[in-house]
Design a protein around this ligand. Structure first.
Ligand code: TRP
Length: 316
């Protein structure tokens, strides 16, 4: 009887030990680093959607996902520091929001999987092989910018607009292609344009004032730097009764008149879903980049009232 009891005790002790060793944190959950390029309405919206979807998926999987969020505040040095810290911490995966963040993460690791979010031109700006087969350790989501649609919308709302001021930052890779397409679309429609290129946020106010003197509408591409100062642009344009057409819905929420663009909450969710697939073993090299193409027209009713244009047909 005594031996039986002792035997039972040994078995119980072994089971307990085995149980304990199984619950080391590394085996149990995943660690993800989120690198956000800077704070503005759209990137904040994306980050929130990514975080919510990651937690939702973690609950479904029954495995915790610990998430560390870092914001580079638009500073290239910070991007490098944060990306290196994530590599040093041996994260299971890095999510990089906006082109400069994704390029910075790609520069420091070829091992840790990277899922980029809202990169407008991933093939050109991140040097991936193709959208279908990115190759390497990187894949993600992209925001298609319907430039022609935005220009057509601007002509529907304010047909009298003839000269467009194009406001962008020279160091933003995502906006350069959109600027080019906007110029072509405007030329095709027999419109003229003036460019105002800034190098940082603090120049946005002066550049906007100049454009207001020269033009009768403003177009803002998918530009992170200008997006951070959107309320400045919107207020000046409202005072001058000039319409601002933008490449993202967030800029309309921040005061621009109208846009046609993708839904960034959906894009953020998609980004998180791709990340979870990779955490579960999928290979980023052969995971197709998801280009969000469902475009919605958005208008700002208050801005429309302030500048005296009719947008009632675009309100749901
Ligand atoms: N597409 C941008 C990039 O590639 C990021 C971005 C997402 C953005 N939403 C935006 C920029 C809204 C300006 C406004 O970096």
């Amino acid at each position: 009887m005594k031996t039986m009891k002792f035997f039972a005790f040994v078995v119980a002790a072994c089971m307990l030990l085995a149980g304990c060793s199984q619950s080391t944190p590394q085996q149990e959950g995943f660690s993800v680093g989120i690198l956000q390029y800077m704070e503005h309405t759209s990137l904040d919206e994306i980050r929130t959607a990514v975080e919510e979807e990651l937690q939702q998926k973690a609950t479904e999987l029954g495995k915790p996902i610990s998430v560390e969020v870092k914001n580079a505040q638009g500073d290239p040095t910070n991007i490098g520091t944060i990306a290196n810290q994530f590599v040093g911490d041996n994260k299971d995966l890095i999510i990089a929001i906006a082109t400069p963040a994704a390029a910075g993460a790609a520069a420091v690791t070829e091992e840790i999987p990277i899922v980029f979010s809202a990169v407008t031109n991933p093939v050109e700006d991140l040097q991936i092989d193709s959208l279908e087969q990115p190759g390497g350790n990187i894949t993600g989501t992209s925001d298609a910018i319907p430039v022609e649609k935005i220009i057509n919308l601007s002509q529907e709302i304010t047909p009298q607009a003839n000269c467009y001021g194009i406001l962008y930052c020279t160091s933003e890779p995502s906006s350069s292609g959109v600027v080019q397409q906007a110029k072509e679309a405007l030329e095709q429609q027999g419109k003229t344009f003036v460019e105002a290129a800034v190098t940082n946020t603090s120049e946005v106010q002066q550049a906007t004032e100049k454009l207001i003197e020269q033009c009768d509408a403003i177009f803002v591409p998918i530009d992170n730097t200008v997006a951070t100062a959107m309320s400045v642009v919107a207020d000046l344009a409202k005072d001058a009764k000039i319409p601002v057409y933008a490449a993202a819905d967030s800029m309309v929420r921040d005061g621009a008149l109208a846009s046609a663009g993708v839904n960034y909450t959906n894009l953020g969710k998609k980004t998180a879903q791709m990340a979870v697939e990779i955490l579960q073993g999928a290979n980023p090299a052969s995971m197709e980049v998801q280009v969000m193409e469902d475009v919605n027209v958005v208008v700002n009713e208050d801005t429309a009232k302030a500048i005296g244009v009719d947008v009632s047909q675009y309100l749901q």
